[in-house]
Design a protein around this ligand. Structure first.
Ligand code: PLP
Length: 512
């Protein structure tokens, strides 16, 4: 290599280093970015510190790219789109309302049961000031948290006593710990269930300190299996609602009454985890085959545990109802303090139980949605379909005041598609959800959209999720399907708005 070549290489490298230094110096300072006009509304929305963190992360990424020799534009205006997208993503992650057009009534990922108006009002009234949460107004002395709702639960279920805790998983763990720690608990192999990820009966059992004794087989367990599994160390027979699956075909389990008689004869506790707490009779809700808490107790369960926010339709709570002697033992167990219920929850639960006492099932959104008639859903689907037809892209009367969603990443090929949009009222399969009545049909009505020029069902679902007020809906054979069972009347207009946004976006696409 000649001296000249080496010299040129060194000069080249030095030039690169200078370039990198220059580019690094050009990166705008945090103060400059934070003071930009466009950053001000974001500062108001997310706070200065959050903006700093998000900007810092992005600036660090940019420095790395520059070091790797990339030519990155770093003026504040060049950075703005990326930074604003990061800020938007941050806002989207916040806890906020969504519209549920999936037809799944107790949707675990969407917050399970929406609360009744009365429950919301009770939360506001009770929590905005002081309350008699743990104060006995008659005695003028300390009272017991939750005593109100416990009385109501007794009336509604026929139980001698009741107790409320933070949630049902906690209630099961608590009961096993308090009543069966260090002893054996017999469970059918057909009921060793996993509910939504982290709640698994064998794990909960181990955590509680009770010893799981499996009996029977996956599909069939008989009374004699329970009899054989009982030893002098057994303290409990546990029955678990299989909630989110169904065994069909050659399957059997003993009658609850027979299990109860066996438990009584051997001096054991018979506990049942029913999962979804049905306080009304299933037939009153048009749901045959689901057993109410009252029926479980009448058929001999000593204690029953259930959730407040599944089919019951209230806030997240874990309820235990049953024999007074057992509930008294539970009350003395110190873990109770770690699972106690918050005052807002108690207020909402109390108000929900009052609606049950009045027999006002339609005042409880979950029950109202489960009880909807085919006619009412079909009429709603027809109304929504008519509104959507008006908002379809072919229509020229678009509302000019609507802003196209800034997040629409439009596929330019979509515009050339000669797709013709079809909007149809269709029968759909809804679901109770929340691990209730799996695989049992819950027929409903919906609106199916096909041939939208913006794309297929997957793409439209993504656009609907990216909205300020996200809309979640189903899809079937590349048709977007809005299930109306879980839609309130006022939600319809939001879906129309979404379609207007689509139409506007499509219109702009057509012009470019
Ligand atoms: C849902 C469910 C649970 C857990 O209840 P959470 O309300 O989620 O705490 C426990 N057991 C059964 C059978 C269930 O269905």
């Amino acid at each position: 290599m000649t001296y000249g070549k080496v010299h040129m290489q060194i000069a080249g490298a030095l030039f690169m280093i200078d370039e990198i230094r220059r580019k690094m110096r050009e990166i705008p300072g945090m103060d400059i970015l934070l003071e930009k006009e466009w950053a001000l509304p974001w500062r108001k929305e997310l706070g200065r510190e959050t903006l700093k963190r998000i900007f810092n992360e992005e600036l660090a990424r940019i420095r790395r790219r520059i070091l790797e020799g990339e030519d990155v534009k770093t003026s504040p205006e060049a950075l703005r789109p990326v930074l604003e997208e990061l800020l938007r993503a941050r806002v989207r992650r916040r806890l906020r309302p969504v519209l549920n057009a999936t037809g799944v009534v107790v949707h675990t990922n969407l917050g399970r049961a929406p609360l009744a108006e009365e429950a919301l009002r009770a939360v506001r009234e009770t929590a905005s000031g002081y309350s008699n949460l743990e104060y006995d107004l008659e005695e003028g002395a300390r009272g017991r948290r939750g005593s109100h709702v416990e009385d109501s639960l007794c009336v509604l279920t026929g139980a001698e006593a009741a107790l409320v805790l933070n949630n049902n998983a906690g209630a099961v763990l608590f009961c096993l710990s308090a009543l069966a720690r260090g002893t054996e608990v017999v469970v059918s192999r057909g009921e060793l269930v996993e509910i939504g990820g982290s709640f698994r009966i064998p794990d909960i059992m181990e955590l509680s300190g009770a010893e799981l004794v499996e009996t029977g087989t996956t599909n069939r367990t008989h009374l004699k299996d329970y009899e054989k599994a009982i030893t002098e160390r057994t303290s409990m027979l546990l029955k678990v609602h299989p909630s989110n699956f169904r065994v069909e075909g050659f399957a059997a389990a003993p009658e609850r009454r027979d299990l109860a008689a066996l438990a009584r004869a051997r001096g054991l506790v018979f506990m049942e985890d029913t999962g979804s707490g049905l306080l009304a009779e299933g037939r009153d809700l048009g749901l045959d085959g689901e057993i109410s808490v009252r029926a479980c107790l009448e058929e001999g369960a000593d204690i029953v545990t259930f959730s407040g926010d599944k089919m019951l339709g209230g806030p997240q709570i874990g309820a235990v109802a049953g024999r007074k002697a057992l509930i008294d033992r539970l009350r003395g167990f110190p873990m109770l303090r770690a699972l106690r219920v918050d005052k807002m929850t108690l207020a909402a639960f109390d108000a929900t139980l009052r609606l049950y006492m009045e027999g006002n099932y339609d005042g409880i959104p979950v029950l109202a949605m489960l009880r909807r008639t085919q006619e009412s859903m079909k009429a709603q689907a027809a109304r929504l379909a008519a509104k959507l037809r008006k908002a379809a892209p072919a229509d020229s009367n678009l509302n000019p005041n609507l802003n196209a969603n800034a997040n629409l990443n439009l596929n330019p090929n979509a515009a050339s598609a000669s797709a013709s949009i079809k909007i149809a009222v269709v029968p759909v399969e809804d679901a109770v959800g929340g691990g209730s009545r799996p695989a049992l049909p819950l027929p409903g009505w919906g609106v199916a959209v096909t041939g939208h020029p913006l794309g297929g069902a997957g793409r439209l679902q993504a656009l609907l999720r990216a909205r300020e007020l996200p809309v979640l809906c189903g899809a079937r054979d590349d048709a977007l399907v809005f299930h109306v069972r879980t839609l309130r009347r006022e939600d319809e207009n939001e879906i129309v708005l979404a379609f207007n946004e689509f139409a506007l976006a499509f219109g702009e696409l057509g012009r470019t």
